[in-house]
Design a protein around this ligand. Structure first.
Ligand code: ADP
Length: 371
């Protein structure tokens, strides 16, 4: 069992930097939770407080219901894997993995058994007698992970473990870590600035910005039902488009208006938009929800000029401009797109999201939409 809970946790560094501000969350036993957000948002600080590497300024940290604010790191039964691996360069792979156990006076044979077992799981058994400096980046990261596994900790903490690897290796290690989570059935907390890692690996994502949690939930819940513009724009690549529109009234119904287009909202959004008639709001639409059509439609047509084409093979990203604002669309078919041509887009209005222009909170009450 390993359930981690943070209650109203704050961290203020010397000099007054408020790195973490009233953070509350629970990591359930065996959950893979990813803390994600832009650089400097307080992710590492949160992780380091859980590990005990950083004092908690205010608030409570529990593991399995026990308050552990003042328990030293070595007694927390937590293992942390860092971005820079933090291996001992003069030691062999075997010794790097065995070191923690030796310090804990585990029996020699037991150490041998555990290191052998883990090195097979991580595919580094053939390098056990090499110095860690003679390994590639991916192999070093596996050894660093192995070193944490041999201790059978209650909780694994990962601080951007893949950011030093090249793109291909990162994808491979991502699946390896996900498989490892399934295999070990362990509680894992993972910090990254990469939303793809968060979306693909997490059971639950915690999005942070400026030391404050923005939203917590399963990846697709956050993707489909973002509570604010920041979460909507942070998850998803290419990101959601945001366009300023004014809600006007036509035949007693709200319609979205700007100088380039007029859009009729989806029926299930009408009630929430009704309160905003006469006001400017933000209309959000994901690139995959802008559907191409050969001819302009009578209703809900956005005409946009192509400014840049990015063919990726499986899909093509089109950078576009309406008369007022830029847009990005994703085409999953091949077509003779040309820069300068105008194309017609039909937004999938039931997938549209709306945000208050001042507060940037969602205007939609998702509880109704999810039912
Ligand atoms: P992230 O992991 O999301 O990139 P951090 O938790 O490392 O963010 O940092 C959060 C904020 O705290 C940043 O503004 C950073 O500059 C500041 N910070 C981090 N470590 C220290 C420190 N040791 N002393 C002072 N400020 C720090």
């Amino acid at each position: 069992m390993a359930r981690v809970e943070l209650k109203s946790v704050y961290k203020t560094y010397e000099g007054g930097v408020k790195a973490v501000n009233d953070v509350n969350f629970v990591v359930e036993d065996k959950e893979f939770v990813v803390l994600v957000g832009p650089s400097g948002c307080g992710k590492s600080t949160t992780l380091r407080m859980i590990a005990g590497l950083e004092d908690i300024t205010k608030g409570e940290l529990y593991i399995d219901g026990e308050l552990i604010n003042h328990i030293p790191p070595k007694d927390r039964n937590i293992a942390m894997v860092f971005q820079n691996y933090a291996l001992y360069p003069h030691m062999t792979v075997y010794d790097n993995m065995a070191f923690g156990l030796q310090m804990r006076k585990v029996e020699k044979q037991e150490i041998y058994r555990r290191v052998q077992g883990v090195s097979k799981i991580l595919d580094v058994a053939q390098y056990l007698h090499r110095k860690s400096t003679a390994l590639s980046g991916g192999q070093r990261q596996r050894v660093a992970v192995g070193r944490s596994i041999v201790r059978s900790p209650k909780v694994f903490l990962f601080d951007e473990p893949l950011s030093n690897l090249d793109a291909k290796l990162r994808v491979q290690m991502r699946t390896e870590l996900s498989n490892l989570h399934i295999r070990l059935d362990a509680t894992m907390i993972y910090v990254t600035h990469d939303q793809v890692e968060a979306m693909t690996m997490a059971n639950k994502i915690i999005v942070m910005k400026d030391g404050v949690i923005q939203q917590i939930g399963p990846p697709l819940d956050l993707y489909d039902y973002p509570e604010n513009k920041f979460v909507a724009g942070f998850l998803g690549s290419p990101p959601m488009n945001f366009l300023d529109v004014t809600v006007i009234e036509k035949n007693g119904k709200p319609v979205l208006h700007n100088v380039s287009f007029e859009l009729i909202p989806s029926p299930e959004h009408v009630r929430d938009l009704q309160n905003y008639i006469g006001r400017e709001i933000i209309f959000g639409i994901r690139p995959e929800d802008l559907v191409f059509s050969k001819r302009p439609q009578l209703d809900n047509n956005i005409g946009a000029k192509i400014t840049l084409i990015e063919p990726l093979g499986a899909e093509t990203h089109l950078w576009l401009t309406t008369t007022t604002q830029p847009l990005l669309a994703k085409a999953t078919f091949r077509y003779d797109f040309r820069i300068g041509n105008t194309i017609n887009l039909a937004p999938n209005m039931s997938r549209a999201r709306y945000f208050n222009k001042e507060t940037e909170y969602s205007l939609l009450d998702y509880t109704d939409l999810k039912e």
